[in-house]
Design a protein around this ligand. Structure first.
Ligand SMILES: *[C@@H]1O[C@H](CO)[C@@H](O)[C@H](O)[C@H]1NC(C)=O
Ligand SMILES: *[C@@H]1O[C@H](CO)[C@@H](O)[C@H](O)[C@H]1NC(C)=O
Ligand SMILES: *[C@@H]1O[C@H](CO)[C@@H](O)[C@H](O)[C@H]1NC(C)=O
Ligand SMILES: *[C@@H]1O[C@H](CO)[C@@H](O)[C@H](O)[C@H]1NC(C)=O
Ligand SMILES: *[C@@H]1O[C@H](CO)[C@@H](O)[C@H](O)[C@H]1NC(C)=O
Length: 398
């Protein structure tokens, strides 16, 4: 008898679960519509042939009036535009829309929304995956900015990034300084540039041997990207029982760098949102691009990809890769960071802050606030007064 009841509950539970999972997987525009927003999809082709997708939310709930102030957001490594709305009405994207911003959520090359190319097939051609952080900042972000300015007919727009998204915007503004004239402010969530003081020792070790790993993975094993399919179905597994849930929780905790005990995850995160995130990320990961990060963790420099002395000399005219000069950034830069974010060393944030002409820092001291806080924690509302103030001050001044 009990068994029958248990089975009925199980079936009922699984049915309910299925409905929720289908909900999770909704394409961006449909998910936004469920939340009451009319979203648009836009595509742009970069100068080197990558076809990228942006999701735009131009108007407040139940409104058809297009907001006046465009702001674009760039997601972090393996994340996608969808991650910016998972928190529903607490999310950064919807909050900005409700406060008068025309929000553009971008997807740089390699992620699931942006895998088309004029010449290459991402799933078959290794040439597609032959890029570093440089191309992502230099071409992708520039194309987003040009496209948005063109469509909105605004001379200046605002930019925001999370983690790798910040690296790419820092890169564009320092390697193509004319882009400083196209933005009024850049807000960096978890500013990710100087990473050599990383508190995660594994990262330092991989960094030290990154050239060896790069050679092994790309040349010997002929692997150029990690496919999404490795993680497909993760959210289903995580939801299929308490034991799996605990396991996933531990994995997620590791993923969001809460490796040390004593952090109260339950208070900070709604784990439903984490599981939901698994239906979108991790997206495909480009090996060469990741290796570029490990080189930066090893060297402590913000510079182009290191091909080794010989090829560096041929490509760059110097035996070491040229550095990006943060001092060339002239616009105000909001730096929002958490003291206990293990991926982003505090010393690195201080170093950027010193080099910038106009830094506006905001430090969070709560030890529970970590790297993915901005995407998945309802507590993220705490940054909104600061965020909205610096955006307002720098967009209305025009
Ligand atoms: C938006 O419209 C829906 C249905 O038309 C309504 O239920 C909801 O209350 C409206 N929301 C706002 C914020 O006006
Ligand atoms: C956000 O949504 C929650 C739950 O759906 C609701 O309780 C809350 O009032 C909403 N907040 C705003 C600002 O709309
Ligand atoms: C990848 O790019 C580098 C540098 O531009 C070039 O030397 C190399 O030949 C390219 N490899 C492939 C497989 O396209
Ligand atoms: C800007 O828009 C015009 C007309 O819509 C188009 O012809 C042009 O190619 C666009 N430029 C860019 C940089 O997108
Ligand atoms: C990181 O790099 C900076 C600048 O080169 C240097 O001052 C600092 O000592 C480095 N930290 C570590 C742990 O190597």
């Amino acid at each position: 008898m009990e068994i029958h009841i248990a089975i009925i509950f199980l079936i009922f539970g699984l049915q309910k679960l299925k409905a929720e999972i289908i909900n999770y997987r909704l394409p961006f525009v449909k998910a936004a519509a469920l939340d009451g927003y009319k979203a648009e999809t836009h595509q742009v082709t970069t100068d080197d042939g990558y076809i990228l997708t942006m999701h735009r939310i131009p108007s407040a709930k139940n409104s058809s009036k297009i907001n006046k102030y465009p702001v674009f957001m760039v997601p972090g490594m393996t994340a996608v535009s969808d991650c910016f709305i998972l928190l529903g009405n607490a999310s950064i994207a919807y909050t900005l829309v409700e406060n008068g911003y025309d929000v553009w959520l971008t997807n740089p090359r390699g992620n699931k929304h942006s895998q088309k190319h004029v010449k290459y097939n991402a799933m078959e051609d290794k040439e597609y995956w032959n890029y570093t952080i440089h191309e992502m900042g230099h071409y992708d972000i520039a194309s987003f900015v040009d496209y948005i300015r063109n469509v909105t007919k605004k001379d200046k727009i605002s930019g925001m990034g999370h983690s790798q998204g910040t690296t790419l915007i820092f890169l564009l503004l320092s390697s193509r300084p004319d882009y400083n004239d196209k933005l009024n402010i850049f807000v960096a969530l978890a500013p990710s540039v100087y990473l050599n003081d990383s508190l995660i020792s594994v990262m330092k070790i991989v960094g030290k041997y990154s050239n060896f790993f790069d050679h092994m993975i790309r040349e010997v094993l002929n692997i150029h990207f990690l496919p999404r399919s490795l993680f497909e179905g993760m959210e289903t597994v995580c939801n299929s029982g308490p034991a799996f849930f605990s396991l996933c929780r531990a994995l997620i905790a590791g993923f969001c760098d809460n490796l040390d005990y004593g952090v109260n995850l339950d208070r900070i995160y709604d784990f439903k949102i984490f599981n939901l995130a698994f239906s979108h990320m991790p997206s495909e990961l480009c090996i060469k691009m990741v290796m570029h990060y490990f080189q930066m963790i090893d060297s402590g420099n913000f510079c182009k990809f290191d091909y080794g002395q010989l090829q560096n000399t041929q490509m760059y005219g110097s035996s070491t890769p040229p550095r990006y000069d943060i001092k060339k950034i002239t616009i105000p830069v909001g730096l929002i960071f958490a003291r206990h974010d293990l991926l982003i060393p505090l010393s690195g944030v201080h170093r950027i802050s010193k080099e910038l002409k106009n830094p506006i820092p905001y430090e969070m001291k709560n030890k529970n606030y970590r790297h993915v806080f901005y995407l998945f924690s309802k507590h993220v509302k705490k940054i909104y007064p600061f965020l909205l103030r610096i955006l307002r001050e720098n967009t209305l001044m025009e």
